[in-house]
Design a protein around this ligand. Structure first.
Ligand SMILES: C[S@@+](CC[C@H](N)C(=O)[O-])C[C@H]1O[C@@H](n2cnc3c(N)ncnc32)[C@H](O)[C@@H]1O
Length: 235
């Protein structure tokens, strides 16, 4: 049996799973499987077209894996599942991540929580939709950093402006920032961008100028807020 090491993501996901009594966990983008194999729920489902682990050796009654792109999964296999907890960490593109989010929304239970990775780009190049363009652009300035978050940050702008029945906050400490989402109406809802077209045009400077929308919190506070919101009565 391979040795899968806990990650900051699996630690956060297990805290959330415990807080809402999650039975079913979905991970979009599993890579080497370290986070996936360390999330402790009765059923975990992984989706990745290019997994870097022996996924066939992992299959059993509580571990399902679908070696395919998320779009294919949601348009074929996913309908038989209902999710309590979803980790969206596949292709780092705005449209794809938004599609993954909407697809899980349609198959989620009421108290579900989502963890969306890569919502907080580290610099201008990191926020570019193309990984190659980001690395080439940075290299022109003598910086060889391979950080790349893509334009996933726009998903948070879209949630903010178009889904007032959902609440979210972003973990700002203890590892890569990640945005937590749960069903709870956002009081005082007021769109800021107005159109999906304006959000599509956003760049790193839009992100930096609107950082307040991300609702940044220390890790423990963010996890506690998501759990309390997801469990709240009268929603
Ligand atoms: C950053 S890694 C995931 C890391 C993993 N969640 C973890 O915590 O260890 C991104 C993964 O997304 C996968 N991926 C890329 N496009 C995808 C898609 N359309 N659907 C699902 N997974 C995808 C890649 O193959 C890669 O393994």
């Amino acid at each position: 049996m391979a040795d899968y090491r806990p990650t900051f993501s699996s630690n956060r996901l297990n805290a959330l799973a415990k807080g809402i009594g999650a039975k079913t966990y979905l991970e979009i983008g599993v890579w080497k499987g370290d986070t996936f194999h360390n999330v402790d729920t009765a059923l975990r489902i992984g989706v990745d077209p290019s997994p870097l682990f022996d996924w066939k050796a992992s299959l059993n009654a509580s571990t399902h894996f679908h070696p395919m792109k998320s779009d294919q999964f949601f348009s074929s296999e996913a309908g038989r599942y209902r999710f309590d907890l979803a980790f969206i960490d596949g292709l780092h593109e705005y449209q794809q991540t938004l599609r993954d989010f909407f697809s899980t929304l349609a198959l989620s239970r009421k108290h579900a929580i989502w963890v969306i990775d890569d919502t907080h780009p580290s610099d201008y190049f990191s926020a570019m939709p193309s990984q190659g363009q980001a690395f080439r652009g940075r290299a022109q300035y003598g910086n060889e950093s391979q950080a790349w978050h893509g334009d996933v940050f726009k998903v948070v702008l879209a949630l903010h402006d178009f889904l007032p029945a959902l609440s979210f906050c972003t973990i700002a400490t203890g590892g890569n920032p990640q945005t937590l989402v749960w069903r709870q109406p956002r009081k005082g809802f007021k769109p800021r961008f107005g159109t999906l077209e304006a959000i599509g045009r956003a760049d790193y400077f839009t992100f930096a100028d609107n950082i307040d929308l991300f609702n940044l919190k220390p890790e423990e506070e963010a996890l506690a807020e998501a759990i309390a919101g997801a469990n709240a009565d009268g929603r």
